[in-house]
Design a protein. Structure first.
Length: 180
């Protein structure tokens, strides 16, 4: 599965082949669409990413079906009714950090990821603050942002608007290391 994700990521991120390339060795994406009436959280650890430290170009890919919910029925509804995972199997973000990645060991810095977020077959421009920390050869990337389900044409039935948040909180954590 990880090999497939990496191959798809490489196809998606063709310009990211330069010196200083980093790739994700582990990571997770968390979704929170909770409301006062319903606790809706999911996690996906099947994430691939590549970052060219010399240009700041970054690409991230994940398979929608890999999100895991605490309730099986939520997961089923998420994939079949809302995200239509068979039709739109992946989400991607491709962009740039706006600067080269030159962090001293033990340092961290906030960058602005400017790029295109593709979810549910709809691409939207985004600007996301990203914190990157360095420990040795490893870089940890973390960010939080909101995805508006309507902006990505994800339909939630009117009768469920009080149970499912229209604005979904997304939290990403990636560990990037020199690509081999």
């Amino acid at each position: 599965m990880k090999r497939l994700l990496f191959v798809l990521l490489l196809l998606l991120a063709q310009p990211i082949f330069a010196q200083g390339r980093l790739s994700a060795t582990s990571g997770e994406v968390r979704l929170n669409a909770s409301t006062p009436l319903e606790d809706i959280n999911a996690v996906n650890t099947q994430i691939s990413a590549a970052l060219d430290a010399s240009t700041g170009e970054i690409a991230v890919l994940l398979l929608i079906r890999e999100f895991e919910f605490r309730k099986r029925l939520m997961q089923e509804h998420f994939n079949e009714n809302y995200m239509e995972s068979d039709k739109y199997p992946r989400a991607t973000i491709k962009g740039t950090l706006g600067a080269t990645l030159q962090l001293a060991d033990g340092a961290s810095e906030t960058f602005t990821l400017s790029g295109a977020l593709d979810i549910h077959g709809v691409t939207r421009d985004v600007e996301i603050p990203v914190l990157i920390s360095r420990q040795g050869d490893s870089y940890t990337l973390s960010c939080d942002f909101i995805v508006d389900s309507e902006a990505h044409e994800i339909e939630v039935p009117r009768m469920l608007f009080k149970k499912i948040a229209r604005e979904v909180q997304v939290t990403v954590t990636l560990v990037l290391e020199p690509a081999r």
